[in-house]
Design a protein around this ligand. Structure first.
Ligand code: ASP
Length: 378
């Protein structure tokens, strides 16, 4: 039984009401705390689920670093006079933490050179490494960081020798990592986005540079200084990357990757092909020397693959394969353009790319007819 006098006293003092309010407040606080706790636990669980779903969904991309300006270091802020091939793959990736949101990365340092020092041996290592790692079902694609000087050659070589549908994407930079507005980080990020995308599957080897996507066969370096240093002449680019989203609107043409007939798995080096550039009064003795020291020649002729009477005389007497290309970027060389019967038209391949196709072709027994067919197919 409540003590009546105490109840009356408390009622008089308004204590009972206060106690009730206090009690209500406590219940409310308890309820709110519980609700907050439950919602915090819920969102924690959601976060954990999203994180694990996210990491499970993130594709694995292998970044193969070879050097070039993208890994170059120079005077802080300056764009010229730097040393290419200085930073490692890990350092390049460390500079672009946004990549972690796109893919799980495995970094491989293949070499760290100016791309003018790339060799057939490095190409073979690259292609064999990709062919081996592509067998791993966990690997979704590849990015190769590379100097821009010979990027088009490495890209075309890989286009003919990697045996996978998985994306293989080359990128680089025109400004060293230490320059003001270095272009390497965004190029690397966009290359990873393309390599991780479904759009790039089965497209052959691609190049990502300054927001644009190019096919290996048609891409070329076209400027000695601009960050827009890559283009694809009459063929044009085949896509665009914006904030990590890949928009592809064309396809790589001609045979490549899984459709290629070139098997480099047992090779230690490639046959030697020399490229000769014709200009007014070019010495025909150079042709004779090159022919004696090479397995094949490519001529960068003037116009539609032309050269002087003196060159015609020497070339007519050669027995090694001679492919005729042009020192002009755009256009085509067909059989009708040939000045010498014993030569092979490069079709639309640049001299440096024609040399790669010829080097690979010469790993087999070839006839002039077979070579001519190859230049129509690849
Ligand atoms: N010389 C450099 C290289 O090709 C140029 C560049 O990367 O942009 O390695």
């Amino acid at each position: 039984m409540p003590d009546k006098s105490r109840t009356a006293a408390r009622a008089a003092a308004g204590l009972d009401e206060n106690m009730e309010v206090l009690h209500m407040k406590r219940v409310l606080i308890l309820f709110l705390s519980l609700a907050m706790l439950l919602s915090a636990a819920g969102s924690l669980a959601e976060d954990a689920a999203a994180e694990s779903a996210g990491s499970a969904a993130k594709p694995k991309i292998v970044v193969l670093a070879t050097g070039g300006t993208i890994a170059g270091v120079g005077d802080p802020g300056k764009v010229a006079g730097y040393k290419p091939g200085t930073l490692t793959a890990e350092m390049l990736l460390w500079g672009v933490p946004e990549i972690d949101e796109v893919a799980d990365i495995e970094a491989v340092q293949v070499c760290n050179v100016n791309s003018d020092d790339i060799t057939a041996e490095i190409w073979l290592t690259l292609a064999n490494t990709i062919n081996e790692m592509a067998k791993d079902p966990d690997v979704s694609g590849f990015v190769i960081t590379h100097g821009t000087d010979t990027m088009e050659e490495t890209a075309y070589f890989l286009n003919l020798t990697v045996r996978t549908d998985k994306p293989v994407v080359l990128t680089g930079a025109m400004r060293p990592a230490t320059a003001l507005s270095a272009d390497g980080p965004l190029n690397l990020y966009e290359a990873v986005c393309v390599a991780a995308s479904k759009e790039a599957v089965g497209q052959g080897v691609l190049i990502v540079f300054s927001d644009r996507i190019y096919a290996a066969r048609t891409m070329a370096k076209t400027s000695t200084y601009s960050v827009m240093a890559i283009a694809a002449g009459e063929a044009g680019d085949i896509g665009i990357v914006r904030d990590g989203v890949v928009y592809l609107y064309e396809h790589s043409g001609r045979k490549h990757t899984t459709a290629s007939e070139f098997d480099i798995s047992g090779l230690e080096t490639l046959p030697k092909v020399s490229v000769l550039f014709f200009s007014v009064d070019a010495d025909p003795e150079l042709l004779k020397y090159a022919a004696e020291h090479s397995d094949g020649l490519v001529i960068a002729g003037a116009g539609a693959g032309e050269f002087s009477e003196k060159w015609i005389e020497v070339i007519n007497g050669l027995t090694i394969p001679v492919v005729i290309s042009s020192r002009i970027d755009d256009g085509i060389i067909t059989r009708e353009n040939l000045l010498c019967e014993n030569t092979i038209p490069a079709n639309t391949l640049s001299p440096q790319k024609a040399a790669i196709l010829l080097r690979l072709a010469l790993t087999k027994e070839v006839t002039r007819e077979y070579l001519e067919e190859l230049f129509l197919q690849y």
